[in-house]
Design a protein around this ligand. Structure first.
Ligand code: SF4
Length: 251
């Protein structure tokens, strides 16, 4: 194995059998609606960030049009299991963005340091594969931002715990790419409630302890893949697993 990404590591840590279905067998599956909404919301946030990066005037009506165009276009290459809820999901998606643009702590004149930037880190000196990934946004002054859509309001402790592997990956790649330490990390959650809500969770720079936890996690991933240790990890996350039927017939 030559490379590893935060999304692969996350999937592995969630369920090794799911990892097997998704990344080894590459079984084609319809995308869950929540994932599709998240990807379109993400694409509009990217346009918004790029607009500020290019010093362009940000027009919310134009972003709304981008949202609806992307919604249609991306479906040409995706199969979504809407179950009759497409219109409602589309309305929710735009409501999330509208709320974000109204309440975001990022001002329109703040130029980002980087937007959707591909980064990597050579971890060979630790005996680990190369880390690769894409960072959503780096705010001025070196604050790494990751956008998330969620159905529940996150608490600070849980957000940090659940996303620690991902944020630590970003911190390591940012440091390798810039030669500087990030000044902080922020999770911007767009929460799908009846009345959408924005929750910004700021953390300090990655600590040495967090780096150790990440490297131990990657070591376990590497040795697990070598052993082909693909077993199910049943839990609440199975409710949204697209491989549920495959899992039930696995032996
Ligand atoms: S249903 Fe649960 S245990 Fe089975 S593959 Fe999916 S996440 Fe893993």
């Amino acid at each position: 194995m030559e490379t590893i990404s935060a999304s692969r590591l996350n999937c592995w840590q969630l369920c090794r059998l799911k990892f097997w279905f998704r990344y080894v067998l590459r079984l084609p599956k319809p995308s869950p609606p929540a994932l599709y909404v998240g990807s379109i919301v993400h694409s509009v946030l990217q346009s918004w960030n790029l607009g500020r990066w290019r010093h362009k005037t940000v027009d919310i009506e134009a972003l709304k049009q981008t949202f609806h165009e992307n919604w249609k276009e991306e479906q040409a290459e995706a199969v979504i299991n809407w179950q009759g809820e497409e219109e409602a999901e589309q309305t929710t998606g735009w409501a999330l963005l509208e709320t974000y643009f109204r309440e975001t702590p990022i001002t329109l004149d703040e130029k980002p340091e980087a937007v959707e930037v591909s980064v990597e880190a050579d971890l060979s000196e630790h005996g680990l594969p190369k880390l690769i990934g894409v960072i959503d946004l780096v705010r001025a002054g070196g604050r790494i931002v990751d956008f998330k859509t969620a159905s529940q309001t996150p608490t600070v402790k849980k957000a940090q715990h659940l996303h620690e592997a991902q944020t630590s990956c970003y911190a390591i790649m940012y440091r390798e790419s810039t030669g500087r330490k990030e000044t902080g990390i922020e999770l911007h959650h767009l929460v799908k409630l009846k009345k959408p809500k924005i929750v910004v969770t700021p953390f300090g720079p990655m600590t040495d302890n967090q780096q150790t936890r990440l490297f131990k996690g990657i070591e376990s991933y590497v040795s697990g893949l070598d052993r082909e240790d693909f077993v199910p990890s049943p839990g609440l996350h199975c409710q949204s697993c697209e491989f549920f039927d495959n899992c039930r017939s696995w032996h």
